[in-house]
Design a protein around this ligand. Structure first.
Ligand code: MN
Length: 242
């Protein structure tokens, strides 16, 4: 199988997993940097992630121009993906979603922080980007490169950022890593709510997050990916390039 074919299959499985795990519903998307051309990325046409097939996946330049649209309509918010890839050469996969438990943390000033070891991939700080700060009253949809670059500037060196009144963006070096981080960002948000009703929370320290990320290897993501792929009705294949 070619690198491109592997990437397409990987992306279909990622979409199905994110839907099956409740990270995306009918909205939200995941992209992968093109394995043969780092100046392009792959992202589905505008369709619910649960329904996505290989033929839905389109190729885009980093500013979001479709290479061969063949009548397919792209996502309105694809600019988020290109802006991440142009700013972060080491990043190869991006998720944008509206996973329900993270939303309250974007609108209240309560900070989303890692509450258990599985969520260390979110890092110690998850900044909140507010579109109103620089763009005023909008639909909140991030439809331009200008808005996307502003969001990516807020993201900084972090691996996730919340979008006030909208959702979040999660980035990673691989599809499997970013799916893992997105699932556990949502789980962390739910657990943080529950813990907050019991009392003061002791979050992971910066040193603990660092130690966990240092120990974490591809096997961490593989173990999750295999079971999540099975649940989503997709075949398990070892990670591309492994
Ligand atoms: Mn959105």
């Amino acid at each position: 199988m070619s690198l491109l074919d592997e990437a397409l299959e990987e992306l279909v499985t990622a979409n199905r997993i994110l839907a099956n795990q409740g990270v995306v519903d009918s909205f939200g998307h995941i992209s992968i940097r093109h394995p043969e051309n780092p100046e392009h990325y792959l992202l589905s046409r505008s369709r619910a992630p649960e329904c996505i097939e290989v033929d839905d996946i389109m190729e885009f330049t980093l500013v979001g121009e479709a290479v061969d649209p063949r009548g397919r309509d792209p996502y309105a918010e694809r600019a988020i993906h290109g802006a991440v890839y142009e700013a972060h050469p080491e990043i190869n996969s991006v998720v944008h979603n509206h996973s329900p438990n993270v939303i309250p943390f974007g609108v209240t000033g309560a900070r989303l922080k890692p509450i258990f070891h599985m969520a260390a991939g979110m890092g110690c700080d998850v900044p909140v980007w507010d579109s109103r700060t620089n763009f005023g009253d909008t639909t909140l949809l991030v439809t331009t490169m200008e808005m996307s670059r502003d969001l990516v500037a807020k993201l900084g060196d972090n691996r996730a950022a919340l979008m006030r009144g909208h959702g979040c963006v999660v980035i990673g070096k691989s599809v499997r890593e970013v799916v893992f981080s997105s699932v556990y960002l949502e789980v962390n948000a739910e657990l943080q709510f529950k813990a907050a009703t019991l009392g003061d929370i002791t979050f992971l320290s910066d040193g603990e997050v660092e130690a966990i990320l240092k120990r974490r290897g591809p096997y961490t993501f593989e173990r999750a990916w295999e079971s999540w792929a099975r649940r989503a009705g997709r075949p398990y294949e070892p990670a591309p390039g492994s």
